[in-house]
Ligand binder design. Structure first.
Ligand code: BJW
Length: 230
């Protein structure tokens, strides 16, 4: 790590959880194989076929019980514990592997599988069951309007102000395991550069925006992330 670095923003995507056994979204064997994204991951799809969407996320929530954090999540948790400067880990992932590894300075910009969102009151509450069973909102008590706390296409990601403030102060921006196909996260490398940060990509293969990074290292996250952190 260069000595001038004090404030770090880390962006993670599905690739960091791939070696834990969770499928990525794009490419062969991706999560949406067999599902068209527009059938699952939009507010319109939820309105059109609520049971299909609830079942898709119920299955993914259940699958979390069978996986565990890998060396890349653990290395970032170690960085979180030991880094004296500012650090923000922004994950696009809806799994809970960063927090299970022990990361604290973390936010989930695309929501969380283990959380429920009430369409009535807007309340968010941790949730570990099956939504197809028809849960009540833990905040307002109403039934029928609880949905996965997931940011669908066309919806505003969480904590945009906090992320952009951290990017404006960052000395180093590191992107791990993301294809750079989905905005606004795909634009963070340019934003960080604009504010003067160095930029580093750690990914299995060059992402869509690879040319925006000062440095790109290619390989599995379980190898590259510990090598970068330690
Ligand atoms: C490894 C590895 C290993 C594998 N080690 N690496 C036209 C132009 C620009 C934007 C738009 C547009 N039309 C519409 C938009 C906006 C839209 C968008 O970006 N669409 C694109 C498809 C073009 N975005 C939105 O709608 C967002 N909201 C929004 O924009 O609000 C308005 C706004 C306005 C102004 C400012 C700010 C906001 C919302 C996006 C919501 C995304 N939701 C999802 C689903 C989450 C729930 C779920 O899990 O089901 O989030 S989509 C899906 O993609 C998921 C992911 O978080 C996201 C990113 O995917 P990710 O993580 O990059 O995974 P992959 O599979 O793509 O890549 C994995 C990578 O890992 C690969 O590169 C592999 O090589 C690598 N890898 N194994 C290291 N072992």
């Amino acid at each position: 790590m260069p000595t001038a670095v004090r404030n770090i923003v880390v962006l993670t995507g599905a690739g960091i959880s791939a070696e834990s056994g969770l499928d990525t979204f794009r490419g062969p064997g991706g999560l949406w194989e067999g599902h068209r994204v527009e059938d699952i991951c939009t507010p319109e799809a939820l309105a059109r076929n609520r049971p299909l969407v609830l079942d898709f996320y119920d299955q993914r929530r259940a699958a979390l019980g069978g996986v565990k954090p890998n060396a890349a999540h653990e290395a970032l948790a170690r960085l979180d514990r030991e880094w004296a400067g500012d650090l923000l880990i922004v994950t696009q992932n809806v799994d809970d592997l960063h927090e299970r590894a022990g990361a604290k300075r973390l936010l989930h910009m695309h929501g969380e599988l283990m959380s429920a969102l009430c369409e009535g009151c807007g309340g968010r509450a941790s949730f570990g069951g099956a939504m197809l069973d028809g849960p009540d909102c833990a905040v307002c008590g109403e039934s029928g309007g609880v949905r996965p706390d997931i940011v669908f296409f066309g919806e505003m990601p969480y904590e945009m102000d906090r992320i952009e403030a951290a990017l404006a102060e960052a000395d180093l921006f590191v992107s791990i395991g993301t294809s750079g196909a989905v905005y606004p996260a795909a634009g963070y490398v340019q934003m960080a550069r604009h504010f003067g940060a160095e930029t580093l990509e750690l990914n299995l293969e060059p992402s869509a925006g690879s040319y925006n990074f000062d440095e790109s290292r290619m390989g599995p996250a379980s190898v590259l992330v510990p090598a970068w952190v330690d």
